[in-house]
Write a protein that binds this ligand. Sequence first.
Ligand code: PHE
Length: 339
Amino acid sequence: MKEQLEAIKQTAFEAVKNAVSEKEIEDLRVKYLGKKGELTALLKQMGGLSPEERPKMGQLVNEAKSNVENLISKKAEELKKKATELKLKAETIDITMPAKEQKIGKLHPLNTVLDDMIDIFQSMGFDVLDGPEVETDHYNFECLNVPADHPARDMQDTFYLGENLLLRTQTSAAQIRTMETRKPPIRVICPGRVFRADEVDATHSPVFHQIEGLVVDKGITMCDLKGVLEQFAHEIYGKDTNVKFRPSFFPFTEPSVEVDVTCSECGGKGCRVCKGSGWIEILGAGMVHPNVLRSCGIDPDVYSGFAFGIGLDRLTTTRYKISDIRLLFENDKRFLDQF
Ligand code: PHE
């Protein structure tokens, strides 16, 4: 039995010495010291020994067990340390390496200009509202004083989706929706996409953007309209920009005006962009027609108001000297990366 013990001890020592992984060490622990391990089995065999031999043998086996145990623990610790070292080495970060380039998204130029416009109007006390792009004939025309046979419908080539359903041709539809849900004093702007069956070229797109504005209160006059729009033009184009109000016509405003500003390309001398006139038209506006107020349940004898519709795309192309409106809609990265 002594020899057996010696043999087990030797193989155990050898095996532990050669072990290369923590798992292997764990297996050896089970193999020799576990409940069914070889050294444990030896202890169980001691029943066959004489009473004198039994304690001696017991002591030897126990000594062997604790030797193997110590060796295993030491080796296990050693392997663990090695593994940690390897792991740390593998995870070393080279802090001298150049960082990965982070691509940061940018605002589309239309959004940059829109944000500026919203800032300007909000600072004048306007709320920002949203309206649907798919509209009914009722909101896009009828309530805006444009009945079915009105020639003004020809001014705007409409995309119809059904008999009464259409893609809004103007954000003015939002005026009606606003007056239906809010009572004066009203001061809102409503930016959004509008659609017209226009021939596509450098200055026309079937999809473009307007910012509608509406002010309704007691005692609102043309002076308020001029003051607000002049202030707006000066904030967008700078104090030196001249602002010109030209008489015009819209069915839903009376009187109506169109507003021109000094051409930012040539400073008013006349160039290709302003077609030689020195002026750029940026918006239509006017005093809200009494019929429109009435159709929204607002008494035109008590209240008055003004409305305006600003072309966002024109403002953007003139600010950034973009020669073709189509560039705003193609989303070519090479173009967008310039802003
Ligand atoms: N809706 C008009 C257009 O699209 C602009 C406008 C808005 C004019 C509000 C007057 C008042 O041309």
